[in-house]
Design a protein around this ligand. Structure first.
Ligand SMILES: CCC/C=C/C(=O)SCCNC(=O)CCNC(=O)[C@H](O)C(C)(C)COP(=O)([O-])OP(=O)([O-])OC[C@H]1O[C@@H](n2cnc3c(N)ncnc32)[C@H](O)[C@@H]1OP(=O)([O-])[O-]
Length: 721
């Protein structure tokens, strides 16, 4: 960061430090303070301009600093006040980003000039904190309570154009921001600064402030589901409406301290770095076609439509292929609806969606058009024979360097690759539904997948603005494999005495967006039923004389199959684990039929109904999922616990303020997780997924190793990870 002083028309550099108010936090603050004091004391200096280095204003405080015992966060507030109280006009020249403490510094300035491509925001809430450098008190005074509350409680970044409309900046420029800021500084020399000092301004009044705040608080609470920061952000802004500036600042500091020591801030900050760690993926290989892909989407069902939409959004040329004209026209219509919707959302932004140009998006039934593409994403439905047939064809038609990706949630990548003559270029890309919304992309390498194929798939994820996580090939990969025992426990709990709404409630109170039964109704119970039939667990391929509640020597619950046999597929049929207002309805209501059905089922199988408390529900569902995570790490299917957590946070609705399942296990304490698994496993010896993983036992035996050391206790790691 540079602090420039500006003497009439000349510019002189006083200090130069780093872009982020970062590891050198104290040094940066000291330099800012010294520079300001020097500028104030020097009569030849008439105005001050603050800008960032390398085209970026500031990404705020160093997030790592918050987890060190010596937290310096609040020290920024007095510096912002010092800027504001300067007797000479101070102008911020905002390029790139002004986030968190960075924007708070800009709010202390008397004027703000931003580049048209700059983004601004107070994202502290997303790392479990609040803008603790007086930002919760200055922003509402500048842009009003509704807009300030929205920015502070969501942490969203806003583009410069929106910032101008809100009055957050005074001017936006297309060209040189620094020169424009200096021009402005020169223009305002000598003008009174009082009206530009935000701390002196009243918070703009609303005709119905009380009612507005009440309603806003209810909304923030409802969306937060146990996440503290949004609620405390709200309280800080509320204080701005009720108290004078200095008292509001005191309240802001108190609330900041509460968040800092809440544990949630640590979880969110861990998640911030975990997401970036999965990108740092150490293969020497280079992507084969970085950023210049032409991608063919094969199959325009729900997944294919979402994938094509996100490719177009990422400005990647696409050829969308279907097997016949009827499906093609249906798929094209659906994709166009999605793209129109996306284009609307992007209106007013810097980027435009270009999807009417056939060079960017082409629909076809002609397989031969795939001859020149760099990469194919096959997204037909989950059927091994069909996928193999398609891959055989692709391998014959596509150019030699083309990467062949299969969108699958569980199928064996090696078997699919075996149908081609280029298994080194076959890779799994597991998108999550809806694919144009969900950020996660599991990238699954097979036995023969080359490092450059993995690097290319990672590049694709980056270009599509998705979080790509590389994992090994096993049934269900990482996300679904960990999900199976979780859902299995939820169903076993029903057999033993619980109800769908009771289990869902516990997991939703924990912070999941929806519990396992609501989720299964939403996804459709028939999906799992088809897969279980395919595995010979139910249906005509089940050997005659099989026990109702045992398969291959292990406990099995036929409850989901029984529901499907009665046509209860979830939301789509209006009945599943819940009842809905109609087929396709979304409002789940507990269903007395299910309650009766469950007690009849228990009678038939002589299961004694017992009361199951919330602790048992939570522990059996979560610890069995976590236990599978340890098995996955031990088998070398994923690089580390952060990867599992990133998958859960971005693809499975795990509450962010709990940091992901493996981080959560580390906060519960591994000895406790182990003890509980041992207890439940003894009570249910025919449930292998409750048997503690050997790796978990080892980590406990070495003294509850901290999460960042876990992987050092494993000798085997895949060379491809
Ligand atoms: C009382 C106190 C009040 C103030 C509170 C605050 O300011 S709280 C803070 C409020 N501010 C925020 O919450 C902003 C957080 N940052 C962001 O949102 C994004 O990083 C970005 C939009 C600035 C750039 O996105 P992009 O996709 O172009 O790049 P990228 O995301 O890959 O990052 C590149 C590298 O920089 C690193 N790094 C970045 N920022 C920070 C940081 N503040 N700290 C530490 N490190 C940070 C990042 O880890 C990565 O390192 P790696 O992995 O290469 O070793």
């Amino acid at each position: 960061r540079h602090l420039y002083t500006c003497t009439q028309n000349s510019l002189s550099l006083i200090i130069s430090v780093f872009v982020y108010i970062s590891t050198f936090y104290q040094a940066v603050l000291q330099a800012l303070e010294d520079g300001l004091k020097k500028a104030d004391a020097d009569p030849s200096v008439k105005a001050v301009m603050i800008c960032g280095e390398n085209g970026k204003f500031s990404a705020g405080a160093d997030i790592r600093g918050f987890s060190s015992p010596k937290t310096l966060g609040v020290a920024l507030g007095p510096i912002v006040s010092l800027i504001e109280s300067s007797e000479k006009p101070v102008v911020a020249a905002i390029e790139g980003v002004a986030l968190g403490g960075g924007l708070e510094v800009a709010l202390g300035c008397h004027y703000r000039v931003a580049h048209a491509k700059a983004r601004m925001g107070l994202p502290e809430v997303t790392i479990g904190l609040l803008p603790g450098a007086e930002g919760t008190q200055r922003l509402p005074r500048l842009i009003g309570v509704p807009a300030a509350l929205d920015m502070i409680t969501t942490g969203k970044h806003i583009p410069a154009t929106e910032a101008l409309k809100l009055g957050l900046v005074d001017e936006i420029v297309e060209e040189n921001t620094i020169e424009a800021a200096i021009r402005l500084a020169n223009k305002v020399i000598g003008q009174p600064l009082g009206p530009r000092r935000l701390s002196l301004k009243p918070v703009p009044k609303l005709p119905n402030m009380e009612a507005f705040l009440q309603e806003a608080q209810v909304k923030v609470k409802r969306q937060a589901r146990g996440f503290l920061a949004p609620e405390l952000c709200f309280q800080a802004v509320q204080a701005a409406t009720q108290r004078p500036f200095a008292e509001g600042v005191r309240r802001e500091r108190e609330l900041f301290q509460v968040l800092l020591s809440s544990g949630q801030a640590q979880a969110l900050q861990y998640a911030f770095f975990a997401e970036r760690a999965v990108h740092r993926w150490a293969t020497p290989a280079q992507p084969t076609a970085a950023s210049t892909f032409t991608v063919a989407g094969q199959g325009l069902g729900t997944m294919g439509q979402g994938i094509v939409t996100s490719l177009v959004k990422a400005n990647i040329p696409v050829v969308a292929l279907e097997q016949n004209l009827e499906y093609l026209n249906k798929g094209r219509k659906a994709v166009m609806v999605l793209l129109e919707r996306e284009a609307k959302k992007m209106e007013g932004g810097a980027q435009k969606l270009d999807f009417h140009n056939p060079a960017r998006l082409q629909f076809t039934v002609d397989f031969n058009l795939l001859h020149d593409v760099d990469l194919v994403i096959e997204a037909v439905f989950e059927n091994m024979a069909l996928k193999k047939e398609i891959f055989h064809k692709l391998s014959n038609i596509c150019k030699p360097g083309a990467l062949l990706c299969t969108n699958t949630s569980a199928l064996d990548i090696d078997e699919i690759a075996s149908a081609t003559s280029r298994p080194q270029q076959v890779i799994g890309t597991h998108f999550f539904s809806p694919a144009h919304v969900m950020r996660l992309l599991e990238i699954i390498y097979g036995r023969h997948t080359s490092p450059s194929a993995i690097a290319t798939a990672m590049q694709l994820a980056k270009d599509m603005k998705k979080v790509g996580v590389v994992v090994g090939n096993c049934f269900g990969f990482v996300g679904n494999r960990m999900m199976f025992p979780y859902v299995e426990q939820a169903v076993f709990l029903l057999e033993e005495g619980s109800r769908p709404e009771a289990v869902d409630q516990v997991l939703e109170d924990f912070g999941f967006k929806i519990g396992p039964f609501r989720m299964s109704d939403l996804a459709g119970l028939d999906v799992g039923w088809r897969s279980r039939k395919g595995q010979g667990l139910t249906g005509p391929s089940l050997p005659a004389g099989s026990s109702a509640r045992q398969r291959r020597g292990q406990r099995y619950s036929p409850l989901p199959d029984l529901l499907c046999e009665r046509g209860r597929f979830g939301q789509k049929t209006g009945k599943g684990w819940y009842q809905y207002e109609r087929a396709g309805g979304r409002t789940a209501t507990p269903d007395p039929w299910i309650h009766g059905f469950l007690s009849q089922y228990r009678d038939t199988h002589r299961i004694e109904t017992r009361y199951i408390d919330q602790e048992e529900i939570l522990e059996r569902c979560l610890f069995s999922l976590i236990n599978e995570g340890f098995a996955i790490l031990a088998e070398g299917i994923a690089s580390g616990p952060e990867h599992l957590d990133v998958i859960y946070l971005n693809g499975y609705g795990w509450p962010k303020h709990r940091g992901g399942p493996m981080f959560y296990a580390s906060t519960v304490g591994l000895p406790r997780v182990l003890a509980k698994l041992q207890k439940y496993s003894e009570a249910h010896p025919d449930v292998p997924k409750l048997r503690p993983s050997a790796f978990l036992k080892k980590l406990v035996a070495v003294g509850n190793a901290p999460l960042k050391e876990w992987m050092s206790y494993l000798s085997r790691q895949s060379p491809k990870l």
